[in-house]
Design a protein around this ligand. Structure first.
Ligand SMILES: [Zn+2]
Length: 429
């Protein structure tokens, strides 16, 4: 008897593990779900109109007026669906810099919306900022057939429209009460979520599933992502006339150049760790030994321990003086270092969520493949604190962060339908 019971429970455990490990078998799309699909199909033009409107509103990461304006659009829409909304304060983050190039980022507020309900607790996420400042030449929405162009159409204003319309379709089907929803739209994702990270991680702890509406290419979703780190490095030396007193100078540019070689040499394609010195600035004049030089550095790392080791190495490189044989202590280095996104490492639960989404997509006639990515999303933060998160539910698009950014118009309704069915099924589990 006891043996039998034990066998049964072992069997049940094995079955549930197997269920997690295999692609879920999803039942066919039912009549209620089909109604949502049709409802969304009929709203393609409405979705495009909203996307055009918000794409034409500049919301570069440091344009707080533009960010507030886009947030206000979603604030109103979400209140219309019964959400209560509030703003989470942004933050002024100051970083070391050379005199005259003071560098600080004044991050705008974020939008939080909640709608209580029974059943699963879902955290829906997206960012309202783009990488295009108000003086960028790339500012306007344009449509040619099924292709739309514009700053943020893929990354990720298209995704915000997908998210909103998935919720609207659920509301039209009277299904919004079946789950507790939190929507968190941050304004600093493109800056590394430096001020919103704490809110995202806090919310993640109180939810069952995380859904991020980033784009992940045309017909793919992302399973695994590298972690991301950043550093800002400021080297100070001593100015001198390059002709009359060369030997009295200590060149910050020369020292930074040595450091850059060390930093760039950390890249190792075999381990997947890459480092990029993306911006350098420094010096005052051709005939002045430079008293200050600075650099912005990007780090990508597949495993958490690689990030920690890279930071240790950065600190050594930053502290050491390479350029002058005798370190007089006058060459100094200040730095800002932040591992702002952990790697997104799949778990059985996040694989279950991804596979379920792909399986539902197939039922809806959407053939979506799976890729790994070196790019980051806020899903890495929420998954990093234990919330199973899918991070690429947004529009089908490409060319993000460039003036070639584009997306597929018809994918708005398709992806919204995918999301609406996914949410509906998650709430009933
Ligand atoms: Zn994005």
């Amino acid at each position: 008897m006891n043996t039998l019971r034990l066998t049964c429970s072992v069997l049940a455990l094995n079955l549930s593990l197997a269920a997690l490990a295999q692609e879920p078998v999803e039942p066919a799309i039912n009549a209620e779900e089909q109604e949502m699909v049709v409802w969304l199909d009929e709203r393609e033009e409405e979705m495009l109109a909203l996307l055009e409107r918000i794409t034409n509103m500049n919301s570069g990461s440091l344009n707080s007026a533009g960010l507030d304006a886009v947030a206000a659009v979603f604030d109103e829409e979400l209140r219309g669906l019964g959400f209560s909304t509030s703003r989470l304060p942004g933050e002024l983050i100051e970083m070391p810099s050379c005199p005259g190039s003071e560098y600080s980022v004044d991050l705008a507020d974020h939008l939080l919306a909640r709608r209580p309900g029974n059943g699963s607790r879902l955290l829906l996420m997206g960012h309202i900022d783009t990488v295009f400042p108000p003086d960028s030449p790339f500012q306007t929405f344009r449509r040619e057939g099924d292709t739309i162009y514009g700053p943020g159409v893929a990354d990720m204003k298209g995704g915000l429209v997908v998210m909103l319309y998935a919720l609207k379709a659920l509301a039209a089907a009277d299904a919004l009460d079946e789950a507790a929803f939190t929507v968190l739209l941050n304004s600093d994702e493109e800056m590394g979520s430096l001020s919103s990270r704490k809110y995202l991680e806090e919310e993640a702890l109180n939810h069952d599933w995380g859904l991020v509406y980033e784009s992940s290419g045309i017909d793919t979703m992302t399973r695994q992502r590298k972690g991301i780190g950043q550093a800002r490095l400021v080297v100070t030396g001593r100015a001198a006339h390059s002709g009359g007193a060369h030997e009295q100078g200590l060149s910050a540019i020369k020292e930074l150049a040595y450091k850059i070689v060390q930093i760039e040499n950390m890249t190792n394609y075999e381990t997947g760790l890459t480092v990029n010195v993306g911006v350098v600035n420094g010096g005052e004049a051709r005939n002045t030994i430079s008293p200050c030089a600075e650099a912005l550095i990007d780090l990508r790392y597949p495993q958490p321990e690689q990030g920690v080791a890279a930071v240790e190495l950065w600190r050594e490189i930053f502290e050491r003086v390479y350029s002058y044989p005798v370190d007089s202590g006058e060459i100094t280095t200040e730095s800002y270092i932040n591992l702002h996104r952990p790697p997104k490492i799949p778990t059985p639960e996040s694989d279950y969520l991804l596979d379920k989404t792909i399986a539902i997509g197939r039922l809806l006639g959407q053939d979506i493949g799976i890729v790994d990515s070196g790019g980051g999303t806020d899903g890495s933060l929420t998954q990093g604190v234990g919330l199973p998160t899918i991070d690429s539910l947004g529009i089908a698009g490409s060319g993000a962060h460039s003036n070639r950014e584009e997306a597929r118009a018809s994918s708005l309704a398709e992806r919204a339908a995918l999301s609406a069915v996914l949410i509906r099924r998650l709430t009933r589990e």
